[in-house]
Design a protein around this ligand. Structure first.
Ligand SMILES: [Zn+2]
Length: 420
């Protein structure tokens, strides 16, 4: 079934408009970031909202506000529709009456990235593409490998040997090998290349070769990025369209918090909700660019080598949009210590039975810190997004022996068969 009301893309820099039937990942005029927009005025009203309520759970029930045009192109492993738990023991410890945990670790490959990759792979099918290219700290690579297997796409993944504060990416790549992906690892942090460069190198390689850059950043694949906002739609639908006071999330590269804000703004225009929440975003380890830019009242997100040292890759690809979203919502961004995150991982496991990966626990660690500082009050309603689960694939780690290496200088020579 084809979409009746077509979404379109608008460049956030020069405001140039394009149809989503055209395969642009960046603005063809100025290389600016493209944002997907929808005719929300036409969709607005109770009949659309009631129709959504009648549909089965899952991310694709929000088809009209996603950029895939034809339902036959959807490739799904059952992503989205994750539960919103009312916390009991953790809430009591924090003296918080209304704390809800949105556990996106229950997605098919264990993180919210499944939402974005499902949209990205479906759009790749819509554009009749056969190959995807991914640079990943772990979750996107794992998800891309699974969805590429489902969609019969060739999947090339480049990971780092080590990412401070994010665990070992190669652990998550063990299943990616079983899915048939071509995985290479690079010691980028030890070379002259930094994380942001490796994402943009992969984007440029994909555009040149007619592959799809399946990277979860609006400035690299604006289609895929849209999947993340369905978390906001699900939170509101599960709460009978009552908006919480706060939504606490890890910032990461900035895409999730930007897309959550986009989702809430869309629902306000659609007349689904009356209010907007405040967003609290958290970062940890050497990934604190957005939090530090917020505290310094900066407009841009810089590597900040002066604070974070040489291990500070300019990783927050959607950092400026994250900053803007947090400020518009009247929320805040904060940096956390690695020890705070580790303690919270244990707390979440012991109080709620949820085993989150380090970044997956940043939202809870941030909430605890914010309550200590009086930024969030005990009588407020708080949603925390747990973005990914802790994965231990010890039994198949031996598969990692098959991971070859690549120098980023050689990435431009990668061919479709995986050879350099
Ligand atoms: Zn432009």
């Amino acid at each position: 079934m084809n979409k009746q009301i077509l979404p379109f893309m608008e460049c956030i820099n020069c405001q140039n408009i394009h149809s989503v039937e055209e395969e642009y990942y960046i603005c063809p005029r100025c290389k600016g970031t493209l944002e997907i927009k929808y005719d929300l005025e036409t969709l607005s009203g109770s009949s659309f909202r009631n129709e959504i309520l009648m549909r089965p759970r899952g991310m694709w029930k929000y088809f009209e506000v996603l950029p895939v045009l034809d339902k036959k192109n959807i490739r799904t492993l059952g992503e989205g529709g994750t539960p919103l738990f009312k916390s009991q023991r953790l809430a009591k410890d924090l003296d918080l009456a209304n704390l809800f945990l949105k556990n996106d670790g229950l997605n098919p490959t264990g993180s919210f990235k499944d939402r974005q990759v499902s949209v990205g792979v479906s759009k790749a099918i819509e554009f009749d593409r056969k190959v995807v290219g991914v640079t990943s700290t772990g979750n996107v690579g794992y998800a891309s490998a699974a969805y590429s297997a489902l969609a019969d796409l060739k999947c090339h993944i480049v990971i780092w040997s080590k990412m401070n504060g994010l665990g070992d990416p190669s652990v998550k790549m063990a299943p990616a090998l079983l899915f048939g992906a071509n995985v290479k690892q690079t010691p980028s942090i030890d070379s002259s290349f930094f994380a942001r460069d490796s994402y943009l190198l992969m984007r440029d390689l994909c555009i040149k070769k007619g592959w799809v850059p399946l990277i979860s950043a609006r400035c690299i694949n604006p289609f895929a990025e849209e999947g993340a906002k369905t978390i906001a739609y699900e939170i509101c639908e599960d709460r009978n369209w009552n908006v919480p006071d706060w939504v606490c999330v890890p910032i990461g590269g900035g895409g999730l918090i930007s897309e959550l804000w986009k989702g809430f703004l869309e629902m306000k225009t659609l007349d689904f909700i009356d209010d907007l929440p405040k967003l609290a975003g958290f970062q940890s380890g050497s990934f604190q660019h957005v939090a530090l830019a917020f505290q310094r009242q900066m407009k841009t997100v810089e590597p900040l080598y002066d604070i974070l040292g040489k291990d500070a890759p300019a990783y927050s690809l959607d950092g400026e949009q994250a900053l803007m979203s947090i400020r518009e919502s009247k929320g805040f961004a904060e940096a956390l210590s690695t020890s705070e995150v580790e303690e919270t991982q244990k707390l979440l496991a012991r109080k709620e039975g949820i085993l989150a990966e380090p970044m997956g626990a940043w939202g809870v660690a941030g909430l605890i810190s914010a309550m200590d500082k009086g930024k969030i009050q005990a009588d407020e309603t708080v949603i925390v997004c747990i973005t990914g689960k802790n994965i231990d694939y010890t039994s198949i780690l031996l598969e990692n022996r098959k991971i070859g290496s690549i120098r980023l200088e050689d990435l431009k020579n990668l061919d479709e068969g995986g050879k350099i």
